[in-house]
Design a protein around this ligand. Structure first.
Ligand code: 5GP
Length: 223
């Protein structure tokens, strides 16, 4: 009776560095074959075992700036001294195929997406506490103290923007956090503004006509 829009949902997932966004995204991708994680470009150095083209497209600052001039990004931002940006080329293609697209990006970039794409879904992942966040950042062991402290400082600024998001999920238990994000995405798909068409099959048409006739015959029938 109801046909929903086939277009995929654009999902923006943000949260302070170290809050576990990446783990949540990977778990969502495993569960849902109709979900695609956009791979960002960055001018930062690869960390640990990160691979070019898988975790990020690693570019020099000059290469990144050239892409800015060419309008290759849906959004980009500077974070902790480096550029990060979402290439726009594949996103529309996937959405049109009915595939949901997830962007795992920081807050400045998310707010730019919000200006451009009105029906995007914005989810903020919170760490269980700031102490735990600091512990997670330090335990990575891939950055120096100054960089870690800067990430921690930015985390406070990012949390201040939480009211601009549609949903917040606290990541104190990763399985539960994945469940919650998944439930939010599912609920979003059921919004009435995703209805494209309401129609009746022939049997339903007949019943409808019968009821309409009855209504004319008997004015007591009301909805
Ligand atoms: P990291 O250096 O830890 O990989 O990422 C630092 C921050 O940049 C994280 O909050 C991450 O979500 C964000 N980020 C990753 N890709 C993008 C992007 O394409 N655009 C923006 N604005 N932020 C990004």
């Amino acid at each position: 009776m109801i046909q929903l829009k086939n277009k995929g949902q654009l999902i923006v997932l943000s949260g302070p560095s170290g809050c576990g966004k990446n783990t949540i995204c990977n778990a969502l991708l495993k569960r849902n074959p109709k979900l695609w994680l956009s791979i960002s470009c960055t001018s930062r150095e690869p960390r640990g075992a990160e691979q070019d083209g898988k975790d990020y497209f690693f570019l020099t600052a000059q290469e990144f700036e050239k892409k800015i001039e060419q309008h290759d990004f849906l959004e980009y931002a500077k974070y902790n001294g480096n550029y990060y940006g979402t290439p726009k080329s594949k996103i529309e293609e996937y959405l049109n195929q009915g595939i949901d697209v997830i962007l795992e990006i920081e807050v400045q970039g998310a707010l730019k997406v919000k200006e451009k794409i009105k029906d995007a879904l914005f989810i903020f992942i919170m760490p269980p506490s700031m102490q735990e966040l600091k512990r997670r950042l330090e335990n990575r062991g891939t950055e120096n103290e100054a960089k870690i402290m800067n990430r921690f400082r930015i985390a406070y600024q990012e949390i201040n923007e939480i009211s601009k998001y549609n949903y917040v999920v606290v990541n104190d238990d990763v399985d539960l956090a994945v469940e919650k994000v998944n439930a939010i995405i599912t609920a979003e798909k059921c919004r009435v503004d995703r209805i494209e068409d309401v129609y009746l099959n022939s049997e339903e048409e007949e019943i409808h006509e019968f009821l309409m006739d009855k209504e004319f015959d008997n004015h007591d029938i009301s909805i």
